[in-house]
Design a protein. Sequence first.
Length: 239
Amino acid sequence: MIDENKKERILELQNSLEYYFDDLELLETALTHSSYANEHNLHPSKSNQRLEFLGDTVINLVVSQYLYQKYPFYPEGELTKIRAKVVCESSLALAAKKIKIGEYLLLGKGEETTGGRKRDSILADASESITGAIFLDSDYETVTKFLINNFEKDIVKAVAKGNLFVDYKTQLQEQLQKITKSKISYKVTKEEGPDHNKLFYVDVLVGSDVIGSGIGRNKKESEQLAAKEALILMGEDYE
C-alpha cells in the first residue's frame, strides 16, 4: 500500500502527466530510484530499473513507428539519425523537466544531497520508467499518444535542423508526386575509370523523359546529384 503522503504527491504528478493510473503502485515504482530502494532495504524489483528497461524499448518502438509513417520517403539511415537525436539522454531529461518529474522522485540521501533531482541521467531514466509504467497500466495506443504529445516537437526540430543529410531523391519524389503519377527511375548511362576510382553517370527519368543527370564516385552519390539537378531545373533553390 502507498502511504497517504506519497499518494497525495503521486496524484498531483498525474495531472502533469495527463495520465491517471489504475494501478498507482506502478507509478510509485517508476519514481523509486535504486538508491532509495537500497537505502530502505527494498527488493530490487521495487526500484524503477525494470520499468526503465521496458520503457526504453517502448519509446524506441513508438518513435520509430512515428518516423516511419510520418516520413515515408526518408531512407533508413536518416530515420536512424533523427531517432537518435530524439531518443537520447538530453531530450528524455528535458521531457522530464517540463513536467517536473524530479520533484516527485524517491531518492536515497546520497543522490538527494548531490543534486540527483536535476541530474539528466536520473531524469532520463525516470522518463523511461514512467513510460514503461503507463504501457503496463494501459495499452500501446495510450502510451503512443503520451509519447507523441511529449516528443513530437523534438522530432520536428530534429528533422528541420540543417545538419541532417539532404536527401534530394526523397525531396524530388515528394515534389513529383504532386504533379505526376508517372514512374520515377534512375539509370546508369556510363561508367568510366579504373575500379578503385570509377565515375558513374546517372540519369533520373520520369517515364521515358530525362529530367536530371549526375556524376559521382558511386551509384548512390550519382543518383543524389541527378535528383538535385532535377530539383534545380524545376525551380527549387539549391546551391
